[in-house]
Write a protein that binds this ligand. Structure first.
Ligand code: MN
Length: 231
């Protein structure tokens, strides 16, 4: 087969302990999936899960030990951090039951759902799609993926974000409203999951703005940390 121009490179994420990389197919995100974050965004904290997507090439992958530069995006004066546990799908499927969900998971990583909050808020008020607030270039920084078998305790792991060494977000994955298996069940009822899909599972409370020059340190216990510098 030939193409009329050279196809773009496949976006990919590092895998701990392997030279081979994880090729990204789609990026799904869960909205308002921690009660105290839902409340800080003006909601009750309990609602059915809902999803949005970022383009696959929105990933900004960091290799082990690397500080990755994120260009401050255009059109915003209120860029927010959202630290999230990311689930990497290794085996696809549709209508996956929660009880079977873990068989579809390749591994986990720490990610940031970077958000142009001012644009997202404008779109919400107007009942318009969130794409401009959520799905821009470099909006999905992500650290190396750890194989699922190597982090058996991830569902109860601490999750945190520091900016310039100061705590901004600190919670535990056990506070997810819709846990990992339930999220995969709901997501796979709406879309056929494919190997290479990433699921950003939602952020705990404490979201806030970052500025050029800030250094973001995102952690989930048991996973490779993610460090991002805003430039
Ligand atoms: Mn988010």
């Amino acid at each position: 087969m030939s193409f009329v121009f050279t196809p773009p490179a496949i976006p990919s994420v590092a895998v701990t302990g392997q030279a081979a990389r994880f090729p990204v197919h789609r990026i799904y995100c869960v909205g308002r999936n921690y009660e105290d974050h839902a409340k800080e965004m003006g909601h009750t904290g309990r609602e059915p899960p809902f999803f949005f997507m970022k383009p696959a090439d929105a990933v900004l992958p960091a290799d082990a030990g690397q500080t990755v530069d994120m260009p401050y995006p255009t059109l915003t004066a209120n860029l927010h951090h959202e630290v999230e546990l990311v689930v990497a799908i290794g085996t696809g499927g549709s209508n996956i039951a929660a009880a079977d969900a873990h068989r579809h998971i390749y591994g986990y990583a720490v990610g940031l759902d970077m958000t142009r909050r001012d644009l997202q808020s404008d779109m919400k008020k107007q009942g318009r799609p969130w794409c401009i607030g959520k799905g821009f270039e470099h909006s999905a920084p992500i650290g190396p993926i750890t194989l699922a078998a190597d982090v058996p305790g991830v569902e109860a792991a601490g999750i945190a974000l520091q900016v310039n060494g100061t705590d901004r977000q600190r919670s535990t994955v056990s506070k997810l409203i819709w846990n990992i298996a339930e999220t995969i069940e709901q997501l796979s009822a709406a879309w056929t999951l494919q190997p290479g899909d990433l699921i950003y599972t939602g952020t705990p409370e404490g979201v806030g703005a970052v500025l050029r020059g800030d250094v973001l340190s995102a952690t989930v216990e048991g996973l490779a940390p993610l460090t991002v510098r805003m430039v």
